[in-house]
Design a protein around this ligand. Structure first.
Ligand SMILES: Cc1ncc(COP(=O)(O)O)c(C=O)c1O
Length: 430
């Protein structure tokens, strides 16, 4: 049976005009972000009326461009860093105060790093027993957060769940060991952190808030509950988005109920990445070739930016909306295509079966010609920030911010080609 996916995203006429303008001015491929969308998504979180305070931490791994970091800083966001280097990037690259950053990481920090973080007032969440021990040794008699694996994992795709027995994120049970380390180093647990996965089911997130509060109940000095991020953002007709207002209200109600029974006033922290930036961003590419595998085969559209600009597809089998913008003609005929990038990899396919990297699927879209633009939607999160490599000697591509007043700001230049071999060292005899 033929399986043809449909786009659900309709790009507004204003955006179509912007994409045409951008491609004329800067060429393709590149990333495009719309300031208004970045702002509106943040407002959705600000509207949550947490009774004892709300901190919205932008999870910067989703998109770490300095202009976006500064943008959210100006709007009042705090930040979630996943590595020590992300902290340095925030502080030294984007000029953000350390006291607005919380580090929740898979790394075990060196003593030197921990002292740097403390000097800069960065908040620390220990995510393993060894992390807690290392922190305690370096900084006894201080406050600390702990990430708990509450046994519940939920994510958009199997590769991004961060809870349950198959996940190494956070401390799973072992309360006796946690308590022994807190005692040994006279550490005060002040934040309980619970993040169950990226793109999690909101019903599971609702359960997670209650599980998180059960842990808070066991530790009298805890003042904050961090629910992490993971709020779902659908791009295709088969996916839906988390209702931020609704899930936020469940968290608010749980915190209010907790106050009624314990008298404690718990601050709510949320760490959205995807939900802030995913839909504000697009990858703007151009169709450079068309290939067919015969009357019983498939028609392929090759675009000049694929897996090198969007690792979500080959890594997770993610589906993104694909929108053809014909250069000149008006065209309403719908055809079925497989869309692929230009990397020399048969897996560089943009139309894959959901969660099946490299498994080709056709997508119906407006009939396309070589020279037309192809816009990849829902690409503001984990696309530019994950496209770190220079595979096939492809440069890192520019990022453009479309301001609310229509101004186009280049927030990253195209990487010079010579940068690709800049750090190579050639032995003398070669
Ligand atoms: C601790 C933590 N917070 C926040 C996030 C952001 O997740 P998302 O981009 O799905 O909102 C993640 C992502 O995995 C995470 O591990």
């Amino acid at each position: 049976m033929k399986n043809v996916q449909k786009n659900i995203e309709i790009v507004s006429q204003d955006k179509v005009i912007a994409f045409k303008r951008i491609s004329k001015k800067f060429g393709t491929p590149l990333y495009v972000y719309f300031e208004k969308d970045l702002k509106d998504s943040f407002k959705n979180f600000q509207k949550i009326r947490a009774p004892y305070g709300l901190i919205v931490r932008y999870a910067i791994k989703a998109n770490s461009n300095g202009a976006i970091l500064r943008f959210y800083n100006k709007l009042g966001a705090h930040f979630d860093a996943s590595t020590f280097n992300e902290c340095v990037r925030l502080i030294e690259g984007a000029g953000i105060s350390g006291n607005k950053i919380r580090l929740t990481s898979q790394e075990v920090q060196s003593e030197e790093n921990l002292h740097y973080l403390t000097k800069k007032s960065v908040l620390y969440t220990a995510c393993s027993l060894l992390q807690l021990e290392t922190y305690g040794k370096a900084l006894p008699n201080t406050e600390v957060g702990i990430r708990f694996n509450i046994g519940i994992g939920s994510a958009l795709f199997p590769t991004s769940s961060t809870g349950g027995k198959n996940s190494s994120f956070g401390i799973f049970e072992q309360r006796d060991k946690i308590n022994a380390l807190l005692n040994k180093y006279n550490l005060t647990l002040t934040t309980v952190h619970v993040h169950i996965g990226s793109g999690s089911d909101s019903e599971k997130q609702k359960i997670a808030v209650h599980e998180g509060l059960k842990i808070v109940n066991d530790y009298p000095h805890v003042v904050a509950l961090s629910m992490g991020g993971g709020y779902k953002v659908g791009g295709m007709s088969s996916e839906h988005s988390t209702n931020i207002k609704e899930v936020g209200q469940v968290m608010v109600d749980a915190i209010k109920d907790f106050n009624k029974t314990t008298g404690r006033k718990i601050l709510l922290e949320m760490e959205p990445g995807t939900a802030l930036v995913a839909k504000a961003g697009y990858i703007l590419t151009e169709i450079i070739d068309k290939v067919t595998t015969g009357s019983s085969g498939k028609e392929f559209l090759k675009v000049n930016g694929g897996m090198n600009m969007n690792a979500r597809v080959p890594m997770h089998g993610a589906q993104h909306p694909l929108i053809v913008i014909p250069r000149k003609r008006k065209n309403s005929q719908i055809k079925e295509y497989v869309v692929c990038g230009i990397c020399c990899e048969s897996g560089d396919i943009l139309t894959v079966e959901l969660w099946k990297p490299g498994v080709v699927e056709q997508r119906s879209m407006v009939e396309a010609c070589v020279g037309d633009l192809m816009v990849i939607g829902r690409a503001g999160a984990y696309c530019a920030s994950m496209s770190g490599g220079n595979y096939n000697s492809q440069q890192l591509h520019p990022e453009i911010l479309v301001r609310e007043n229509g101004k186009l700001d280049v927030i990253r230049e195209r990487q010079p080609l010579s940068d690709i071999w800049k750090y190579e060292k050639i032995p003398r005899d070669l």
